[in-house]
Design a protein around this ligand. Sequence first.
Ligand code: PEP
Length: 249
Amino acid sequence: MRSKLVVGNWKMNGSRPANTELLAALLAARPLTGPGGDVAVCVPFVYLGETAAQLAASDIRWGAQDVSQHAEGAYTGEVSAAMLQECGCRYAIVGHSERRAYHGESDELVAAKAQAALGRGITPIVCVGETLEQRDAGQTEAVVKRQLSAVIHTLAHCAAEMVVAYEPVWAIGTGRTATPEQAQAVHAVLRAQLQAATGHAARMRIVYGGSVKADNAKALFAMPDIDGGLIGGASLKAADFIAICRAAG
Ligand code: PEP
């Protein structure tokens, strides 16, 4: 019913030579996942054109790490969904915890960004996740439900078109991964919420992110409600990312 999706989030890393080499290694290793599986890389805005050119003839997709909620105009430094569409983006990450933390992005802003992406046919990958303090205080479920609910409310009948990424903040870039059982428990909560809102949760992808590595990916992806991964650090090393994609096979 659902196939896996593995997305690399390069964050603010890369250079022209390094990107060319990394993408060439991914291209050479195809097929990266089993039948129906999808692989994508979300790269810094300035590399979208070159990424598109290198991946155009392949089944590897590309996307951005953010998008403006505005359509166009006097918003210095912003990049619109229409521009991402022109670059052939399939995906746009919205609400990554680094943007929520360092750029003060609210649930409502994240929802507006998801809506802007969908309006241009770009699938938003909506990140939700609790901090360690919130988990320790027993607030995990309430936090992720609140974050997702803002997006569901804004997208309304289009909500079933998004991808959700559960990314516990305490697991991102820390080397500390949620156990498959911990992640599954939250994914099940999110799927129930999506089902109540859309009626289509059985076909929606909910991916996990937070220190996914080649050696823990298989156990995470084997859980019934984990439909793949959003991969940060390990997506910068071809061998690691390829191994993670294969684990989704
Ligand atoms: C991320 O940036 O979305 C992420 C999950 O990072 P890492 O895999 O490095 O924890």
